[in-house]
Design a protein around this ligand. Structure first.
Ligand code: DGP
Length: 125
């Protein structure tokens, strides 16, 4: 058991500066950047800088400072991109994990999507 972090995943390369990104926000422990294949007019990925594979991994092992920074960073992205219902039209957050979640990149990322009506939460099957 245990979470195995792959240092060669694409977001690790972005964090090391080996691959460019379109940064929306950078904080001490988090980075937010635009998805390379946007599914909506606003599609931002928010990642912790630490080596966490999934949300549950992060929740179990991150420090209080990392957790606080990350939650605040996600909220700040909603404000920066003007999708917050506080002045905007709303958004959806998605965090895919593992095989059934169809997670492609094994570094925790929350998708923040908005700018259009996003439809049902899940396809019917
Ligand atoms: P997921 O299935 O939740 O693991 O989604 C991974 C997302 O990462 C997907 O929406 C496309 C995005 N992505 C993959 N490679 C890159 C990249 O090199 N740069 C950026 N900005 N996004 C990427």
């Amino acid at each position: 058991m245990g979470y195995v972090y792959d240092d060669q995943n694409i977001f690790a390369k972005i964090l090391r500066g080996e691959i460019p990104n379109d940064t929306v926000l950078e904080t001490e422990h988090s980075l937010a950047f635009r998805d390379i294949n946007p599914q909506a007019p606003t599609h931002v990925l928010v990642i912790p800088k630490g080596r966490y594979v999934t949300f549950d991994h992060f929740a179990a092992e991150a420090s209080d400072a990392e957790l606080l920074d990350y939650v605040r960073a996600v909220g700040e992205v909603c404000r920066i991109t003007a999708v917050s219902p506080d002045g905007g039209d709303g958004y959806r957050m998605i965090a895919n994990a593992g095989a059934h979640g169809v997670q492609e990149v094994p570094h925790l990322h929350v998708h923040v999507l908005g700018g259009r009506v996003l439809g049902r939460m899940l396809p019917l099957r």
